[in-house]
Design a protein around this ligand. Structure first.
Ligand code: SAM
Length: 231
């Protein structure tokens, strides 16, 4: 089935930097993250040798490459042609990694064909209305009891504490963009992207058919991660 005519063009929400091959080439050094904890969490949640795992907004494929030796197949989907190109290079020779150019609103597969969906720091590209549409689509893709692990900038602060929390976060930005995010980049994130609050996102998860079985919130109140099961 084709997507409704009222769906947005996802590339227009992808974040222009993610489409820039120079930025993408520097991504792994800039992001420098270890997916081991997320891989372990999925394994403990029952994902294993026979499982199919989908990473949405997979970037350069850091999670997908770490997950691949532990499951039957990983599908690494990203909307950015430059990210997809990077994943093709990194996954060459890995027969169980499938790289796809598609996004939260366009990735298509048979219903109930995926055992776990992972997504890190990508859902914030979509406004809240579209986050829910993305969650409904993920729910449809997952097999009964399937897992969703989502990490992102979800602010767990109370509205009254927002200014203080954001200023503290911005004050901890890195000085150079090569090994982290500068204050200018973090400010642009807040202005132009769509990070939401934990107390808004949690009802979105529940309303979309997920049971939240685990949640971690960063001490600075800026980041959160959820492990959810399809109800
Ligand atoms: C901040 S990067 C995170 C990449 C990767 N998940 C990581 O943690 O290293 C955000 C990624 O989301 C992708 N993206 C943006 N909008 C998207 C969409 N609608 N569907 C899928 N991917 C999207 C971008 O191209 C980019 O690769």
């Amino acid at each position: 089935m084709s997507d409704p005519s009222w769906f947005p063009e996802e590339l227009g929400h992808a974040g222009p930097e993610h489409l820039d091959p120079t930025y993408v080439a520097a991504w792994d050094t800039k992001a420098a993250w270890d997916p081991a904890e997320d891989v372990d969490l999925l394994l403990r949640g029952g994902i294993g040798r026979d499982s199919v795992v989908l990473d949405l907004g997979a970037g350069t494929g850091t999670f997908a490459l770490a997950m691949a030796p532990r499951c039957a197949r990983v599908i690494a989907a990203d909307i950015s042609p430059a990210m997809v190109e990077a994943m093709h290079s990194r996954s060459a020779g890995l027969p169980n990694v499938e790289v796809v150019r598609a996004g939260f609103l366009t990735y298509a597969a048979p219903a109930a064909s995926i055992d776990a969906v992972f997504t890190r720091h990508a859902l914030h590209q979509l406004p809240d209305f579209w986050k829910v549409v993305a969650l409904i689509r993920i729910h449809r893709l997952l097999a009964a009891g399937g897992l969703l692990r989502v990490r992102d900038l979800f602010l767990s602060v109370r509205p009254a504490d927002l200014d203080e929390a954001v200023e503290a976060w911005l004050a901890g930005a890195t000085a150079v963009a090569t090994t982290g995010w500068t204050r200018r980049e973090l400010e642009a994130h807040l202005r132009e992207e769509h990070s939401t609050f934990t107390w808004l996102f949690e009802p979105m998860l529940t309303a979309s058919g997920f049971e939240i079985v685990g949640a971690e919130r960063s001490p600075n109140g800026i980041y959160a991660a959820y492990t959810c099961r399809k109800r």
